[in-house]
Design a protein around this ligand. Structure first.
Ligand code: SAM
Length: 239
């Protein structure tokens, strides 16, 4: 996606940390209900680091992502966190953590094989008794086509986006999201860009059985957002 590469400098204007404050608080409420002694956490697919911006007050975070440009953006708001380039399907840090956290980046896994590779990576990076928390955008049961828009200004510079998700083939375990961006730079130049993303769509039963194959006990938790993108979401706790 252009957004995670040549447009990564625009990420925090499109999706600023403030939009994540409530959800990060709700995630930590769930995490700390299952596990209290968390000193170290690893995030896979941490992108611009917006969740970590809030979660790092609770423990030390190591942030990893496929995109060096997104990690550079995250470094600006999370200078105290380690940033490491890596693919969540194969990264090897030779370090174990109390918690592995995965947010919306899990949507880039579009097959059961890819999800299983991620869970194997998680297993290798968790201490005994460690916990995995995943907050996927979509489950097969709850998926609905949607359109959302947003974006902000910084003096003369600004970005607006339209995000349109649809599922043309309900049997292929994938949905598609189109992103249209209109950008205005400091000199007043205006242009637009387009990205397309394939999102994995898996049922709760699939998540559960793939996690259980890696030896995890699975709990689904309802998450109610009231502020940015209000609605009912689901988180997965795996112990
Ligand atoms: C929507 S962004 C994440 C934003 C993040 N939740 C935040 O708080 O800023 C999705 C991220 O997933 C990353 N990504 C996609 N596939 C990946 C993979 N296989 N391994 C690691 N990161 C991946 C992208 O590079 C991108 O930074």
């Amino acid at each position: 996606m252009k957004l995670y590469n040549e447009l990564a400098d625009w990420w925090h204007l499109l999706s600023p940390p403030e939009e994540y404050e409530e959800e990060a608080r709700l995630y930590w409420e769930i995490i700390s209900r299952y596990k209290q002694d968390i000193n170290t956490a690893l995030e896979l697919g941490s992108g611009g680091g917006n969740n970590a911006f809030y979660l790092k007050q609770h423990c030390h975070f190591t942030l990893t992502d496929l995109s060096p440009a997104m990690l550079q953006a995250s470094q600006k708001i999370n200078p105290e966190c380690e940033h490491i380039v890596g693919d969540m399907r194969s990264i090897e840090l030779e370090q174990e953590f109390d918690l592995v956290f995965i947010h919306d980046a899990i949507a880039y896994m579009t097959s059961e094989e890819e999800l299983s590779s991620v869970f194997q990576v998680v297993r290798k990076h968790l201490k005994p008794g460690g916990m995995l928390f995943i907050a996927p955008d979509f489950f097969e049961e709850t998926y609905e086509p949607s359109t959302i828009s947003g974006g902000y200004d910084d003096k003369n510079k600004g970005i607006r986006y339209l995000e349109w998700t649809y599922d043309l083939d309900p049997d292929d375990h994938k949905a598609t999201t189109e992103y249209a961006y209109i950008l205005r730079d400091e000199n007043g130049a205006i242009w637009h860009e387009h990205d397309r993303m394939e999102n994995g769509l898996f049922s709760k039963a699939t998540w559960q059985s793939l996690l259980e194959k890696e030896g995890f006990a699975v709990h689904f938790e309802t998450i109610l957002h009231s502020e940015f993108e209000p609605g009912e979401y689901m988180g997965i706790v795996a112990l």
